[in-house]
Design a protein around this ligand. Structure first.
Ligand code: HEM
Length: 480
């Protein structure tokens, strides 16, 4: 039965005292985003959901998500539970900080990273290509040393994307097998693999983190955070010891240290060691788990859909050939490949329940009154897998992004994958550049197929805060 707290409030299921709709959500489906889709189907594109004392609106269309995320009074994220711990209980870092602290650090990071290969297409491309050459060498070695060239893809690309981030932060990359790097990868995975319903419970009832931290995955998240922050602190320490940041800053960490030095007398300086640790954890996590999962989805889906893989390879042959590496400028001539990447983004629904926002004023969305303090939860599964919007949504079909003249269409329908407004994904340009260059280089160098005598892999993603394919095997053949 539909319930409205007041005449203009969005409709939703009747909340129970104290727990709100938590049990109702869990009873719809064990997978949080599928449960949310079912609720949206019942109540509409904007639904009131109460989780404990936390007021939420659940959003299920791209249009509503874009409108709400673009509002200046929905810029902040709700902060409690693990998010606050993530910020070391201070208003620092980029992904969860708020108000002036958020805009100052985002501005500084954006301006400073531009000097080190981020934001400018040419320098970004140079950085990505250096890393890609290492990745290709690594895959070749693995193929040559594995029986039948069969490789196990379990977060296979994470180390490579993490290196991309580290190169920007410290100017250095690590070999993929490096012990410290592997430790960092495991820590990052631990954070994202925490049960999503557990995270939601901690957000709704912050005290539960003291009662059953293990069961809710909270202990796992905090442990993971501390490990990641130790790593990023180590990055800063290393640059500090180098002691060249004043005369000759050569990386983001140097620029940060220089600012810390220049503002040392200011007690309100934002350039603290804690700030660096949290900010770089945000950059490393935001930049590596998302893009690397997208690449794993790419290999999985193109291995299953050989006809799509072949079409991309044909386009590579036409536009680039097999002698030189791809350039960013090739993208404009590779319309089919662009359609494949759009379809990958849709199908993957990476940040499936998007990083939430919070209303800082009362306002109306259409006829719905959204009250100050309400958390906005966008379900990308509803946006990208709705059969009323997408024909046969489960099917991987890049053609849905092409018209009869083979021109791109519908790309605006999935732009919400990166969020919207002033707080849109910080790494969107890097993500777009790298997904094109990685996909094309990998398909230029290798053929991916289901290994002989292996069953067709499971395409249902593993449930986590960022969706990833379940680990799978692929036969990888070097192209001559
Ligand atoms: C396919 C790849 C990616 C996807 C799908 C993705 C998606 C998102 C989404 C949905 C948000 C929330 C935006 C909002 O609230 O409007 C976000 C935020 C963020 N992303 Fe990404 N992202 C990707 C790649 C990257 C990369 C490569 C980086 C690193 C350079 C990055 C760093 C961040 C950061 C730091 C934030 C927080 C921004 C803020 O709160 O100001 N992301 N991302």
């Amino acid at each position: 039965k539909s319930f409205r707290k007041s005449k203009n409030a969005p409709p939703g299921p009747m909340p129970l005292p104290f727990i709100g709709n938590l049990v109702y959500i869990a009873r719809q489906d064990p997978v949080n985003y599928k449960a949310m889709q079912k609720i949206s189907k019942k109540y509409g594109e904007v639904v009131s959901l109460k989780i404990g004392s936390m007021k939420n609106v659940l959003v299920s269309t791209c249009e509503a998500a874009r409108d709400l995320y673009s509002r200046p009074d929905c810029l902040n994220r709700p902060i409690n539970g693990a998010f606050w711990e993530r910020m070391l209980c201070q208003n620092i870092g980029m992904a969860f900080s708020y108000d002036e602290a958020w805009s100052s650090i985002r501005k500084f990071t954006s301006k400073s990273l531009r000097d080190y290969g981020f934001g400018n297409r040419n320098s970004m491309q140079k950085l990505i290509k250096q890393e890609l050459l290492e990745l290709v060498k690594y895959v070749e070695t693995k193929v040559d040393s594995s029986p039948g060239g069969v490789l196990y893809f379990d977060r296979f690309f994470q180390a490579s994307f993490l290196n991309l981030m580290s190169s920007m932060i410290t100017g250095e990359r690590q070999p993929y097998e490096d012990k410290e790097l592997q430790k960092l990868l495991k820590a990052s995975q631990k954070w994202f693999d925490a049960p999503p319903l557990g995270s939601l419970t901690v957000m709704a009832f912050p005290w539960t983190r003291f009662v059953c931290p293990k069961f809710l995955g909270y202990e796992q998240q905090i442990q993971a955070l501390r490990e990641m922050e130790n790593y990023t602190r180590g990055m800063l320490e290393k640059r500090r010891k180098q002691n060249t940041f004043l005369e000759k800053p050569t990386c983001f960490a140097d620029s940060f240290l220089k600012m810390a030095h220049d503002t040392a007398e200011d007690p309100a300086s934002i350039f603290t060691d804690d700030q660096f640790a949290v900010l770089c954890t945000d950059l490393i996590q935001g930049g590596s788990d998302t893009t690397s999962n997208l690449m794993s989805f790419a290999i999985l889906l193109l291995m299953v859909h050989q006809e799509v893989q072949e079409k991309v390879v044909n386009e590579i042959e036409e536009v680039i050939g097999f002698e030189r590496l791809p350039e960013s400028s090739d993208r404009d001539s590779m319309i089919y490949t662009q359609a494949v990447i759009l379809e990958l983004q849709r199908h993957a629904r990476l940040t499936v329940v998007m990083p939430p926002r919070q209303a800082t004023e009362d306002f109306y969305y259409k006829d719905n009154l959204i009250k100050k303090g309400t958390t906005i939860l966008v379900n990308l599964h509803s946006c990208f897998m709705d059969p009323d919007v997408w024909n046969d949504p489960e099917r991987f079909n890049p053609e849905r992004f092409l018209d009869d003249e083979r021109q791109l269409i519908n790309s605006e329908k999935i732009s919400i994958a990166f969020g919207a407004g002033r707080r849109i994904c910080f790494g969107e340009p890097m993500a777009k550049e790298s997904s094109f260059l990685y996909l094309v280089t990998l398909l230029q160098k290798f053929l991916f197929r289901i290994p002989p005598n292996h069953p067709s892999p499971d395409l249902e993603p593993a449930v986590a805060l960022i969706l990833a394919p379940k680990p799978f095997y692929a036969e990888v053949v070097r192209r001559k």
